[in-house]
Ligand binder design. Structure first.
Ligand SMILES: Nc1nc2c(ncn2[C@@H]2O[C@H](COP(=O)(O)OP(=O)(O)OP(=O)(O)O)[C@@H](O)[C@H]2O)c(=O)[nH]1
Length: 197
């Protein structure tokens, strides 16, 4: 059975391919902002919003690919009562990192698998990260070194890269931080016989 990744995330695609899961990537083109705003207005938790976005992506793409398992995903930061998404500018990313400095936050990555337009599996992974109280000079060097990459990730960091220098502690699943609760996804694919058990 073919697995389709309803995501344009290079990190998610790379994780699955590195784990030996052949995937075809198809962008979902979902209006994430509309879904996010309406659920936030209802006071929904970050994990529920991420789950709903992952479902919307998986279901939309699976309607166009009957018979295929379609994996959708979404990652967001929970910081106090704030829901944090990808920054829209380098200045905003810098401000976001300054706000997160010296504080704990959670990175939530939701995954939903859909088949023929119906969700058939879901999992939400949560990792807890503690950002060290780095200096302003460090922050400027980091922002200059990362540049546009700051806009491609939900926290403005790539843990597997320079982002490692931002943290004093990371608790939970490394893959969840990178954008996918990969171990849970692999477990499901084995259950479905897509991968050898
Ligand atoms: N490489 C890397 N990517 C990260 C890290 N933290 C978060 N991300 C990425 O941040 C992005 C979160 O944005 P999302 O809206 O969930 O996904 P997207 O990249 O817009 O892609 P779609 O699934 O098509 O919506 C994802 O691509 C995650 O893989 C990290 O530490 N390293």
């Amino acid at each position: 059975m073919e697995l389709i990744l309803a995501s344009e995330s290079a990190s998610r695609r790379a994780m699955l391919l590195a784990a030996g899961v052949p995937v075809t990537c198809v962008g979902a083109q979902v209006d994430e902002g509309a879904i996010r705003d309406s659920l936030r207005a209802e006071g929904r938790r970050v994990r529920d919003v991420a789950d709903a976005l992952a479902e919307a992506k998986a279901v939309k793409v699976s309607r166009r690919h009957p018979g295929a398992l379609v994996l959708g995903a979404d990652s967001m930061l929970a910081f106090g009562d704030r829901h944090i998404d990808k920054a829209e500018s380098i200045a905003a990313a810098r401000d976001q990192l300054r706000a997160l400095r010296g504080q704990p936050h959670s990175l939530v990555s939701a995954a939903v698998v859909a088949l023929d337009g119906v969700p058939v599996w879901r999992h939400v992974g949560v990792a807890r990260l503690v950002m060290r109280d780095f200096s302003d000079a460090f922050l400027e060097e980091y922002v200059a070194a990362e540049g546009e990459a700051l806009l491609t990730t939900v926290g403005g960091y790539r843990l597997e890269g320079l982002g490692a220098q931002l943290f004093s502690a990371v608790e939970g699943d490394y893959f969840t931080v990178l954008g996918l609760p990969l171990l849970a996804v692999l477990g499901y694919l084995r259950e479905r016989g897509v991968m050898a058990a």
